[in-house]
Design a protein around this ligand. Structure first.
Ligand code: UDP
Ligand code: MG
Length: 319
């Protein structure tokens, strides 16, 4: 029988965890796989830890990983991925918003040959207009300025084959945006849309601050576009200098020099030229830093699909 690791990060979920585990157990009945359920306790400050210990005591499939403090959702997922050894690895939230009933569907698609089965959250009424709007704006931005296309509404609810997990393990970057990293690795993937049910209990643990941090990680680790802003601004200033020159010349040509304030033209010209060159050089330095940043991340230059590994010699990917 094939093995499956389930990775479930939890942070202050004492109200939901028992409910969730029962729902999960029910969903796994009759599935012909050997499951290991990894609960990653992301430094919960409530009774989640003791509840997890109790669950692990009653269910031999359960493994609990305790993080030393709250490192955040993406770090907790990574802790799980680092431990996963199974043929398939499925990550899902511990609040019931990623319905465990879909696990059966995910495994079916994996068996038909997909390495990544990515779920896509369809719009749910109970998600606040603010979250929906910011999420849509975020995906539009990241897909416009980044070179990796990320499905809007892609959740951290997905199945990964063993070789994709291996690939992710070779991406030890600190600022992690797993949705982007999974899109970046490539491999045969398929999207499974689902209707998100409401949280079983408790409140969302994604504060506005955590959401902002996650989107910054996404923007800055998947795009160098912000670096080119300096260069563009510099070029804009040089263009303004040119326009100013033409404007001043027009006074000369029409013989209206007396209408120009003395000293204005030369001062304006110098400011624009110097400003432009400064912005451009800052931008150029920024680009170098960006390249250093990409090197420091130490991502692999290419990844190889296992079966055809002999035929496909490493092609450099889009970095
Ligand atoms: N979570 C975590 N660490 C955090 C924040 C959240 O492990 O710092 C877990 C949380 O317990 C849940 C999942 O990540 O299982 C998704 O969080 P949440 O449901 O609060 O986010 P939302 O669904 O509102 O985006
Ligand atoms: Mg949730």
């Amino acid at each position: 029988m094939k093995t499956v690791d389930l990775i479930i990060p939890v942070y202050n979920e004492e109200e939901v965890i028992n409910l969730f585990h029962n729902k999960l157990t029910a969903a796994l009945i009759n599935l012909p796989y050997i499951f290991t359920i990894w609960y990653i306790n992301d430094g919960s400050k409530d009774g989640t830890g003791s509840k997890l210990a109790e669950i692990a005591g009653n269910d031999p499939r359960v493994q609990v990983v305790e993080l030393s403090r709250n490192f955040g959702h993406q770090a907790a997922l990574t802790a799980g991925l680092d431990r996963a050894q199974a043929d398939y690895v499925i990550s899902l939230d511990g609040d019931g918003q990623h319905p465990p009933e879909l696990i059966c569907e995910l495994l079916k698609l994996a068996e038909s040959g997909y390495d990544i089965v990515q779920t896509e959250r369809l719009d749910a009424e109970d998600i606040s207009a603010f979250k929906r709007w910011t999420s849509a704006a975020f995906y539009r931005l990241i897909n416009r300025i980044g070179s990796t296309q990320i499905t809007p509404g892609a959740a951290d609810f997905r199945l990964l084959s063993h070789q994709v997990v291996e690939a992710l393990r070779n991406m030890p970057e600190y600022h992690r945006f797993l949705r982007g990293m999974v899109a970046w690795v490539g491999y045969k993937s398929i999207i499974l849309p689902y209707n998100p049910p409401p949280r079983m209990a408790g409140k969302s643990k994604y504060s506005l601050q955590k959401m902002v941090r996650l989107s910054m990680d996404a923007v800055f680790s998947f795009s160098l576009v912000p670096l080119y802003i300096g260069i563009s601004l510099g070029i804009l200033m040089l263009l303004l200098a040119l326009i100013e020159m033409i404007y001043v010349l027009s006074f000369w040509v029409t013989g209206n020099i007396s209408h120009l304030a003395p000293g204005w033209s030369s001062l304006m010209f110098i400011i624009l030229i110097v400003g432009g060159f400064l912005m451009i050089s800052i931008g150029v330095i920024g680009v170098y830093i960006g390249y250093i940043f990409q090197e420091v991340k130490g991502r692999p230059v290419y990844l190889v699909r296992e079966p055809e590994s002999l035929m496909e010699n490493g092609k450099a990917s889009d970095r």
